[in-house]
Design a protein around this ligand. Structure first.
Ligand code: 4GO
Length: 245
């Protein structure tokens, strides 16, 4: 899966993509990321990427032509790609979307805007879809682009060192993670739950599922009613309700 990123701040990407898991995934050629400097697609002496807004108002607007040049140049190798624009007006990104994107395995062009806005003709004519990473405004689309690359890449087989089983993945899907502990078993009187030291794999599985459900009920009750729980889960939910009063 290849990501082509169009930005006026290429360095933002190099810093993140050259670390840890994503770096490894690129080295293993599971994903490819190419950062394109929008200014390289300008044609004037000053490499201008922005201009005053028609109709007036605050801030600058990113020009249409450099984005067209960039997307056309990237696509000139004939390899099919989907073009995504990062914008607060987009569909709000979720784990479901990350999973479909990792499975669809499309090569993606990510358009990152800056300043007040991007000329509407870019969105209308170049973007196949608009994605937002949440309901807040940022100074640019670079962080959202990295969020998407990260969330999608870690779902591609081989990217995370450990190969988790499909059952395990679907088991934890749609609810919060269970609590994690590592050594030592006691730190200043703070104990690791006994069951995790027991070596009883079945008890550990049930405990983890129950604690994951408990957390989800406390912190994200909206996730409980989404039809992702099994009959066994509902039994655990009743137990938790009794315990918590
Ligand atoms: C995306 C882009 C927020 C998001 C952005 C988001 N802010 N919530 N800002 O995903 C055009 C100029 C949009 C700055 C950009």
């Amino acid at each position: 899966m290849k990501f082509d990123i169009i930005t006026i701040f290429p360095e933002i990407f190099n810093a993140y993509l050259n670390e840890s898991i994503i770096k490894r995934a690129i080295e293993k050629k599971i994903i490819e990321a190419k950062v394109h400097n929008l200014r390289d697609f300008t044609t004037d002496r000053h490499r201008t990427v922005d201009d005053y807004p028609y109709g007036g108002g605050p801030g600058m607007v990113m020009k249409t032509e450099p984005f067209f040049n960039a997307v056309e140049t990237i696509k000139s190798d004939g390899i099919p790609r989907r073009t995504i624009m990062l914008s607060p007006q987009g569909k709000v990104f979720s784990q479901d979307m990350a999973l479909s994107m990792s499975r669809e395995n499309h090569n993606l062009i990510l358009i990152c805007g800056r300043y007040e806005a991007v000329d509407e003709r870019v969105r209308e004519n170049l973007a196949d879809e608009e994605i937002s990473i949440g309901d807040y405004v940022l100074t640019g689309g670079e962080l959202p682009a990295l969020v998407i690359i990260d969330a999608v890449a870690r779902l591609i087989p081989g990217v995370l060192g450990d190969e988790r089983s499909k059952e395990e993945e679907s088991f934890t899907w749609g609810i919060l993670d269970y609590p994690h502990y590592t050594r030592p078993p006691e730190f200043r009187g703070l104990m690791v739950p006994e069951v995790l030291l027991s070596g009883n794999h079945k008890d550990i599985l049930v405990w983890r599922r129950k604690e994951a459900l408990r957390r989800t009920m406390q912190k994200r009750p909206d996730l409980i009613g989404k039809g992702l729980l099994t009959d066994k889960d509902y039994k655990l939910v009743s137990e938790i309700k009794e315990e918590e009063g």
